[in-house]
Design a protein around this ligand. Structure first.
Ligand SMILES: Cc1cc2nc3c(=O)[nH]c(=O)nc-3n(C[C@H](O)[C@H](O)[C@H](O)COP(=O)(O)O)c2cc1C
Length: 246
């Protein structure tokens, strides 16, 4: 698999090209000025993305890119993805970790009382974005989020380190917190209730979501901003592949 789809040359491609060098005088407060920010751009690479290179289905293609990201020492948290939801106020994004991916979709775990969970209950249409900038790549998934089974949540919860399990009990994610001390006191209370080395049950307010994709776009940076964008769209019989203008 890797033989037909080699890694980009990271050392060269990871460089940020500044037309205005960073050494030019900064603002009095030490911040970069507007010209310096505008001058930050990279010359994107040689590695193209062709229809013939791509797998017939986007999940196989995603597995290839995830593997390459995971093997790339420059990529921090290769399974981190930006989840965007929409609620009555508008869109909101935050990072979550991908914990499973397969033919049925992309899974992550969270607090079912959180803002994201409330938004998903109102509107299950979400976006996931994998930002693998150092590889000049991004993947965008659009789809519908649904809760996974309690059994699937319990199975994953059991694999988490004890401290994370206790943290899940202690946190009312996204709700106002009066102080750090209050959180610590809740943590200590649950740590006493479920001592280290004993099984910690799945909190009723915690579990997974599966994002069932209807579209998955693979983006590969190219020279002169002529990037490759290949979009798989779900159809009744499988996946259609379309190339988009960059
Ligand atoms: C690298 C990284 C990974 C994260 N992974 C998760 C995760 O898997 N699940 C989760 O609930 N929050 C995760 N978070 C925290 C979320 O970004 C967010 O702060 C939290 O879920 C509350 O979001 P909400 O108030 O919009 O619901 C992660 C944050 C970062 C920076």
């Amino acid at each position: 698999m890797r033989g037909t789809n080699p890694l980009p040359q990271i050392a060269e491609s990871a460089k940020v090209t500044l037309d205005t060098p960073m050494s030019t005088p900064r603002e009095a407060n030490g911040e970069l000025n507007r010209d310096q920010i505008r001058a930050m751009r990279r010359s994107y690479g040689e590695l193209g993305l062709t229809e013939t290179d791509l797998a017939g289905d986007p999940i196989t293609q995603f597995h290839r890119w995830l593997l390459e990201a995971a093997q790339n020492p420059v990529i921090v948290e290769p399974n981190a993805m930006v989840l965007s939801t929409v609620d009555e106020v508008g869109p909101q994004s935050r990072t979550v970790l991908l914990k499973d991916v397969g033919a049925d979709g992309f899974s992550f775990f969270t607090n079912y009382g959180s803002n994201k969970a409330r938004a998903i209950a109102q509107n299950p249409q979400v976006s996931l974005l994998f930002p693998w900038y150092a590889m000049e790549r991004q993947v965008i998934v659009r789809g519908s989020a649904e809760k996974v089974s309690e059994r699937a949540s319990a199975d994953y919860f059991a694999t988490r380190p004890w401290g994370s399990q206790i943290g899940a009990w202690a946190s009312s994610q996204s709700h106002d917190l009066e102080s750090r001390e209050h959180l610590q006191a809740r943590y200590d209370e649950f740590a006493e209730r479920y001592p280290e080395g004993t099984p910690v049950p799945l909190p009723p307010h915690w579990g997974g979501y599966l994002v069932v994709p209807r579209g998955i776009e693979f983006w590969q940076g190219r020279y002169s901003r002529l990037h490759d964008r290949l979009l798989y769209t779900s159809t009744a019989s499988g996946w259609d592949l379309t190339r988009l203008h960059p």
